[in-house]
Ligand binder design. Structure first.
Ligand SMILES: [Zn+2]
Length: 207
């Protein structure tokens, strides 16, 4: 379905189309956003456009954990106060932010940027599993916490990773259940994340 109506000038149609392509934005909202931008001063419109191009040009993945950063390493990896022996593996950057918001985690992270999904043709090689294995192989890691969503793809990805990590002799745990069924780490409240981290479940070594 065309986001605009065809009534609008072409440049305005293009702007509406761009807004309508964003997640959660319907046609009406996209039109409202585009009209708001038209009301901007030229300076403000330029700042808006620059924010998009700058974010795209400057933001990259942390060389250590794959978190987003505008430097070589992210603020978590650069911090002296974080325990580098404890790695929390998340599927998505938004999960990392959710755990950081809960403020009870003192380790570092590893962001996979996806989960294994045969349905969506996402294989293990398509996400950042290999750099995680390399990190653990490099030594100094005592525990890897798999903080993946409790759905089929999250469980399958967790199982795949734990099979790769157990021969390396590192302790592997996962978040305690308590996340709502089918619920996401991203949307869990702080207390739930706190509990899920505190009461994490041992995967390896086997007891
Ligand atoms: Zn990092």
């Amino acid at each position: 379905m065309r986001p605009g109506t065809g009534l609008f000038p072409e440049a305005l149609e293009r702007l509406i189309t761009q807004f309508a392509a964003l997640p959660g934005v319907g046609t009406k909202s996209a039109q409202r956003m585009a009209f708001r931008v038209l009301d901007y001063t030229p300076e403000r419109a330029e700042a808006f456009a620059n924010a998009i191009t700058d974010a795209k040009a400057l933001i990259r993945r942390c060389g250590v954990c794959q978190n987003l950063t505008d430097g070589e390493t992210c603020s978590v990896c650069a911090s002296e106060r974080r325990d580098r022996g404890l790695i929390c593996v998340v599927a998505d950057i938004r999960d990392l932010y959710a755990i950081e918001r809960a403020r009870n985690y003192g380790g570092v992270y590893h962001v996979l940027h996806g989960v294994i999904s045969p349905m969506r043709r996402i294989a293990a090689e398509d996400i950042a599993i290999a750099p995680l294995v390399e990190r653990v192989k490099a030594g100094g890691v005592t525990e890897v916490i798999l903080a993946l969503n409790p759905d089929t793809e999250g469980e399958a990805t967790a199982m795949y990773i734990s099979r790769l990590l157990t021969p390396l002799g590192v302790k592997v745990t996962r978040l305690a259940t308590g996340l709502p069924a089918g619920g996401n780490v991203e949307f869990a409240d702080d207390a739930t994340i706190f509990r899920a981290l505190q009461e994490r479940i041992l995967i390896y070594p086997y007891t």
